[in-house]
Design a protein around this ligand. Structure first.
Ligand SMILES: Cc1ncc(COP(=O)(O)O)c(C=O)c1O
Length: 414
């Protein structure tokens, strides 16, 4: 490595390391490995033909505009369509409350830039989304974490934690990544009331809300906040910034997502985004608009739900069949992941290595904890959307061999 460059790296980069897991997961690209590692959608449900037609139409009808620079806020018809689509979930927003970003990952980065001073504490779930930790770490975030159970964040632990004055809460209410759990309605109300009591804003990250395979839709925090507390029809104030994305419903490769926020916050985010990338790809925004113009997404999401529900059920059945009794796992009602808990003393990094020897991969739990303790080492995250049912059964069988070996090793008297 060149010392010339190294000595000039900015302070904020010094604590940033490549994720060990990302490095490990590179190995899982090999064709013989069944990977439950990445959070990848199933490639077989990508609407390739629909995209092909949309690209042709965009180029034929709006070629010059679609290839031109655009506004930082995003393509106006797409912003309007997103606002309209969200209203069906009770989210009251005008196009002016929406900014289009290059994936929710960029939204998280912009939020970090907007809100985090070095040393600020962020309240998040334990475990939480690794990508958010990576985005916030760059701005020098510290964390306060609140554990989750099958009903999401333990809100009875919130009061004490909020009294320590975190800058904001980062919450994943639906089919949480990595644990697959959902914040129940009662706790959503509690969270909103406590946030209001202490004046702590909430970032609600919701990439999976539409991918529910059973049970009833639960109103997002942004809706409850407005209904319960604000009663502000113009959405000029609000305690919640809401994020969602086309990555899991259309395709992640188009890198299109959005932020919903009060207008004055949008103005600030737009300033930061302008500095970052001027705007999100004009062409991709035109194409996504064209793809979904006549309500295509509704039909398509039905197909995705059907495919993923079957894959989730296959994984749950295979776990039941192959895994030893001492191991437990969550039963997600939607999303892409489930979360496995092994007995105390399990080393999920060692397990990862023995799983690779069986040609199967997962993400060890450690990476999803903000405070880098040992909490994660008895957990693994399994993705069920990417592999087909046959691969899922075979992958779980292989993984069970590695798990059993690891459990036997744990029992050896020292
Ligand atoms: C909770 C959560 N937030 C954000 C993202 C990033 O999504 P995008 O592809 O829109 O950048 C993901 C992706 O897996 C996610 O799980």
């Amino acid at each position: 490595m060149s010392t010339l460059w190294k000595s000039r790296y900015a302070q904020r980069t010094l604590g940033i390391k490549s994720s060990a897991i990302r490095e490990l997961l590179k190995v899982t690209q090999k064709p013989e490995i069944i990977s439950f590692g990445g959070g990848l959608p199933a490639p077989d449900v990508f609407p390739v033909e629909r995209f092909e037609q949309a690209c042709h139409k965009v180029l034929a009808d709006h070629g010059a505009m679609a290839l031109q620079y655009g506004t930082t806020e995003g393509y106006q018809p797409l912003r309007e369509m997103i606002a309209q689509n969200m209203s069906r979930y009770g989210i009251v927003a005008k196009a002016d409350n929406v900014v289009i970003t290059a994936g929710s990952q960029q939204a998280l980065d912009l939020i970090g830039k907007l809100l985090i001073n070095r040393g600020d504490r962020i309240l998040c779930e334990a475990p939480t989304y690794l990508g958010a930790l990576q985005a916030f770490n760059v701005y020098g975030a510290q964390y306060v974490s609140v554990p989750v159970d099958d009903d999401g964040m333990l809100t009875d632990q919130l009061d004490a934690n909020l009294r320590t004055g975190p800058k904001f809460m980062y919450v994943l209410p639906n089919f949480q990544n990595p644990a697959g759990v959902t914040l129940c309605e009662g706790r959503r109300h509690e969270l909103i009331l406590l946030a209001d009591k202490y004046g702590i804003p909430i970032i609600e990250d919701d990439p999976y809300g539409q991918l529910r395979y059973e049970g009833e839709h639960i109103p997002p925090l942004v809706v409850l906040d407005r209904e319960n507390i604000r009663r502000d029809k113009a959405f000029t104030v609000g305690n919640v910034i809401y994020l969602s994305t086309f990555s899991k419903t259309l395709a992640p490769g188009i890198r299109l997502a959005w932020i919903v926020a009060p207008e004055d916050v949008i103005v600030k985010i737009v300033q930061l985004k302008q500095a970052a990338d001027l705007h999100t790809s004009t062409f991709n925004q035109y194409v996504a608009y064209e793809v979904d113009r006549d309500g295509f997404l509704d039909q398509h999401v039905k197909l995705i739900r059907q495919v993923y529900r079957e894959r989730r059920d296959t994984m749950l059945q295979a776990l039941e069949e192959y895994f030893p009794e001492e191991v437990t796992w969550t039963r997600p009602k939607g999303g892409l992941f489930l979360w496995v808990t092994m007995p105390e003393g399990t080393d999920s990094l060692a397990l990862f290595q023995s799983a690779l020897a069986e040609n199967v991969a997962f993400v060890p739990g450690d990476s999803f904890y903000a405070n880098n303790g040992q909490e994660g080492s008895r957990h693994m995250r399994l993705n069920f959307s990417h592999s087909n049912p046959e691969q899922i059964r075979e992958g779980i069988r292989r993984l069970s061999l590695a798990v059993k070996t690891q459990l036997r090793a744990n029992h050896v008297p020292r």
